[in-house]
Every structure is written in C-alpha cells, then in structure tokens.
Design a protein around this ligand. Structure first.
Ligand code: GDP
Length: 297
C-alpha cells in the first residue's frame, strides 16, 4: 500500500492512537518495515540486521513529543541512524593532496567508470581548487583505454602523460611521477588497469604500482548499481591494495542507495564521491543525507 519507507512507517503509526512512549510492539512493527525496505534497497542482510538492532535500541523508551506523530518520530530516528552510519570522518570530498605532486591512485574493475571518474575528478580539482593536474593511464593491455583517458583529459582541459608503447604499468607510474615533479603539477592521477573480475595478476600489478607511486589517496571506483558485488570488490581491493576511499558510480540509476550503506558498514571506508551520469560534471561529493533520503524514499 505504501511505496516508500517513510510512507509505510507513517502508515503503521497512523493506526495507533496511543500517547506517551513508543511501546516495544510499535517499534517492532515499524522495524519490520525498515528491514524489508533496506533489503529492497539492496542492503545486505547482516547489515540490515545490525542497523535495525541499533535503531531499536535508540527508539525504545523515547517519549513521543506532542509536535510530531509517532510515525514521524520513527522516520526521524531511522533517518538519523542512516546518516550516522553513512558518513565518514570529515568532509567527504576533501582529499589529501597537499605536498605536490600528490599521487592519487584510481583502482577498480573494468566498466566501473574508473576512467570517466578520473577525468571528472581532475576537472573538479582543477576548477574548484585551482590544481594543476597530470593524468596517466596505466592500462597497458588496452590501448583504447589509454587513448580514452587522453581524450577526456583534453576535454576537461588537463594534461595527460604522453603514451609510450612497450612500457609496463610500473614504468608508467614512475615516469608520471617524474614528469609531475618536473612539470610543477599539484596532483598526478594514475588510472590503473581494470579487469572484468578480480584476479591475482591484476592485484599484483596494482600493488606494484602502489609501491612505486606511494599514493596520498587510493580511490576505489565501484558501480553503485551492483549492490553486494560492489561491497565484495571493495573488501578485496582493500585487503590487497589498501584503499583510502570509495567513489560510487551510476548513482543516477535506479538503485536505491543500499550499496552505500553496506559499503560503509562492511569496509569502514569513507565514500568520497558519487557519479551521477556520463557527463564530466556529473560527480558530486558524497552527501549522507541524500542517500539516507533515497533509502527512506
Ligand atoms: P572503466 O572501464 O572503469 O574505466 O569505465 P569507463 O570510465 O570507461 O565507464 C564505462 C561507462 O560508464 C561509460 O560509458 C561511462 O560514460 C559510464 N559511466 C561512468 N560513470 C557513470 C555514472 O556515474 N553514471 C552513468 N550513468 N554512467 C557512467
């Protein structure tokens, strides 16, 4: 009957006329709705369970104030708990890119939106923070991907490292760092190779690049529409390479944002940005309130 979680919760409570504190029964009924809604938003079962438990502890015994209905009160408790769980420490979009040239390592699977995100982020850093950016593609197996980055760099008005055939990813990382230092760049962004699936060869290569690049930030780009898969990818990359933050792409799609919640709960890594489309300006700092609103509906 009610499409959104807020609607469902209000519906549950509108039937109740009780005053005073929320009863255990009220809360259990409401939390069943919350759990279903989280699962529908693609939050993983253990995360949904933990979340419901935390909310239930918060909600129990809270007096119902006269100004809002019990339904509104539970919606607020759930909303605040979602925001708490989603937000990392400090502003999401603030990257550690002091001490130039600061290397940023971009990692992720092929098709996640890594190259697009690299260019979007370069544009943002250039326009908002006045940074001089050098981009380098390390995808030696896919010449088209290297060209794609060069084209996007031109499009957003930043420099890209000239492509030299026959170099390994580690060679390119080294050359990019040297060039960035010589050229007086503030930031050097390394777009590592992606694969369709995680494999040892990919992880070894990215790890070797990391050791040479000594990145200030290692950002994992994952497709926000892939739900639990995105979380598994993040766990694996974090375990093998170590990541400092996550960018969730395709948040303009139909997903309800549940991946964001599972991502935070499972990996503990901050979500820094979200991709909201194919255009170069379709990148936004992560706003926990917006995703909480989307999950609540
Ligand atoms: P890569 O293989 O990970 O480097 O992926 P690409 O950057 O080449 O992106 C793959 C496709 O996804 C391209 O068509 C992008 O335009 C598209 N894409 C990337 N980010 C987003 C996003 O946030 N929203 C949407 N709708 N499309 C995106």
């Amino acid at each position: 009957m009610f499409e959104t979680l807020s609607g469902r919760l209000s519906g549950v409570f509108d039937k109740l006329t009780r005053q005073g504190a929320l009863t255990d029964e009220d809360i259990s009924t409401a939390l069943r709705e919350v759990r279903v809604a989280l699962l529908e938003a693609d939050v993983s079962l253990p995360v949904a369970r933990d979340f419901v438990k935390a909310v239930s502890e918060k909600a129990r015994g809270q007096a119902v104030t006269k100004s809002i209905t019990p339904g509104q009160q539970v919606v607020k408790i759930v909303h605040d708990a979602l925001v708490d769980m989603l937000k990392g420490e400090g502003p999401a979009g603030e990257l550690k890119i002091d001490s130039p040239p600061a290397p940023i390592l971009m990692v992720g699977l092929q098709g996640s939106g890594k190259t697009t995100t690299t260019a979007k982020l370069a544009k943002r850093l250039k326009e908002r923070e006045g940074k001089r950016i050098l981009l380098a593609s390390l995808d030696t197996r896919r010449p088209a991907a290297m060209e794609q980055l060069a084209i996007l760099a031109l499009q957003v008005g930043v420099d890209s490292l000239p492509i030299v055939a026959g170099q390994t990813a580690v060679d390119i990382a080294r050359r990019a760092k040297q060039q960035a230092a010589l050229g007086g760049y503030d930031v050097v962004m390394l777009d590592t190779a992606g694969r369709l699936h995680i494999d040892d060869e990919l992880m070894d290569e990215v790890t070797a690049v990391r050791d040479v690049a000594k990145p200030r930030e290692t950002l994992l780009v994952v497709d926000g529409l892939t739900g639990q898969d995105a979380v598994n990818v993040a766990e694996q990359f974090d375990g093998r390479v170590g990541i400092s933050g996550v960018v969730l792409t395709r948040m303009d799609g139909d997903g309800r944002g549940g991946a964001a919640l599972s991502m935070r709960a499972v990996t503990g890594k901050p979500i820094r940005f979200v991709g909201l489309g194919e255009r170069m300006d379709a990148l936004e700092e992560f706003h926990p309130e917006r995703v909480a609103g989307r999950i609540l509906g």
